[in-house]
Design a protein around this ligand. Structure first.
Ligand code: ADP
Ligand code: MG
Length: 263
């Protein structure tokens, strides 16, 4: 692997419980993601996907091991990393436009430039006409799209996404998947995309890591090798169908061992 995008080195994470008992969410996790790779993180619910993503984002402190990016060792959130949370986090007191403009102004862009760029991304997520609405006036899926526009607009080197399309209907979801792929192609960046949807992972990613049931580790790494173009032709291809089946079997294996409490 040439240049690296993210290195996760022996990272463990425990959450302290109320009665002194702690939950081990990640155990000795290792993962190297290449620069500008589109990487999907798959695994059963509760296996530590969000925990790993938030650690990379610098939102929770690294207790054991280290996480590196080209910008250095991760110890806090930074402008090199943009995140789309599972539960959209918009400023409720700002309009859609103001929410997207916010990060752009922080990057030092002028107001007219920030607004023009914000409008472009708002349109891309199909929210044109809703620029002056407040989050409370939008559906969950629309709020999520606004949050996606906000993060994409600042064009971070590393894009971290936690089940970002989970709240969207099937058609919008597909449009957003295709948009995301093309944004990534036009403006290469390292992407870590958390999902529990096997089809979504295969459609989007170059490589997929499948996490074990809690405590999470990377159990399997699969290269999709589906080429750059992702469209209906890819979905109909033999390779796509076989990959989905193979990966589904690997995820199911982990989900079964989770339900048996084997970990
Ligand atoms: N803030 C927290 N406090 C205590 N336990 C947590 C907290 N966040 C997550 N956990 C636990 O850590 C494990 C991994 O959680 P998470 O990373 O959210 O998994 P995933 O995103 O794969 O569903 C789960 O068992 C979850 O209940
Ligand atoms: Mg999660």
């Amino acid at each position: 692997m040439s240049e690296f995008g993210i290195k996760v080195e022996g990272v463990s994470h425990s959450y302290a419980g109320r009665s002194g008992a702690s939950t081990v969410a990640l155990k000795e996790t290792n993962l190297e993601i290449a620069r500008n790779e589109f990487h999907a993180l798959l695994g059963p619910s509760g296996c530590g996907k969000s925990t790993l993503l938030y650690l990379i984002g610098g939102f929770i402190p690294v207790q054991k091991g280290a996480i590196r990016t080209p910008a250095g060792v991760v110890s806090a959130p930074g402008p090199d990393r943009g995140i789309v949370f599972q539960n959209f986090a918009l400023f409720p007191w700002k309009t859609v436009l103001e929410n997207v403009v916010y990060g752009l102004r922080k990057q030092g862009r002028s107001k007219p430039e920030a607004e023009e760029r914000a409008r472009h991304y708002i349109k891309m997520v199909q929210l044109a006409g809703f620029e002056n609405h407040f989050p409370s006036q939008l559906s969950g899926g629309m709020q999520q799209r606004a949050a996606i526009a906000r993060t994409l607009a600042v064009d971070p080197d590393i894009l971290l996404m936690d089940e970002p399309f989970g709240a969207l209907d099937a058609q919008t979801r597909r449009v957003m998947q295709e948009e995301l792929r093309s944004i990534w192609r036009n403006s290469p960046k390292t992407v870590v995309f958390v999902t529990h949807d096997v089809h979504e992972a295969v459609f989007l990613a170059d490589r997929i890591s499948i996490m074990s049931a809690r405590p999470g580790r990377i159990e399997h790494l699969v290269e999709t090798e589906l080429g750059m173009e992702r469209d209906d032709g890819v979905i109909a291809s033999k390779r796509y169908v076989e990959l989905c089946e193979r990966i589904w079997a690997l995820v199911r294996e982990q989900a079964i061992s989770a339900s048996r409490g084997e970990h």
